[in-house]
Design a protein. Sequence first.
Length: 241
Amino acid sequence: MSIIYSGPSLIDGQPIVAIAIGKSGNSKTGNMVQTYIIRSDIHPLEASKTGADYSICGSCPHRGNVTTDPARKQAEKRSCYVNLGQGPTIVYKALQRGVYKSVTGHDAIAAIGAGRMVRLGTYGDPAAVPSYIWESLISRASGHTAYTHQSGVASAQARPEFMMISADNRAQAEYAWQFGQRTFRVIKSVDEIVRGAEIICPASKEAGFKTTCLKCGLCGGSSVKAKSIAIVDHGPQRKRA
């Protein structure tokens, strides 16, 4: 468990950290190296509620709306699949307790991912972090997954060669395809799949849980020669998505 980046967000300059976790019990992804990108100074729930999560999520439409309602713990109408009260909160509290050590330099960061499948952005958008960090982390890895909503943000480092472009509708996906970029798109039903351009996520319920992200490796950006990926909305807030 290590801090691999601590510094300004490439989205808005606010303080963030990227933390690599070596073990995971996530049944869909499998035991990949997980990475959390969070504000270093604000609890994830508070960041969501106040809009400070813009630093690590940008203008992702699944963030929800800022609220001052004292009864709410997070943003109103948030539709992101990540449960902020679980992983992000656990990681933030551990950060505040000084549990994680900082790891710097290419070789030390590369060693974390060596021989492993790595998930860039278990929570948070990897484009908020300088891409050289991710280049080091995956340089000796067996593979990786990565997704970004920041392809239109000039200051962010959205690298389509190793990040899937998160598309929120068919038009956005088709635009990305024009440039040879691969997309990851959340759909309401398998009927929305664009035949010949997309396949359903092999690790999803609709695909019969054929595999896990650990074994699949298709979500590695345009460097992976495969069709784009779509998944039927499966998040805890799917009715809002």
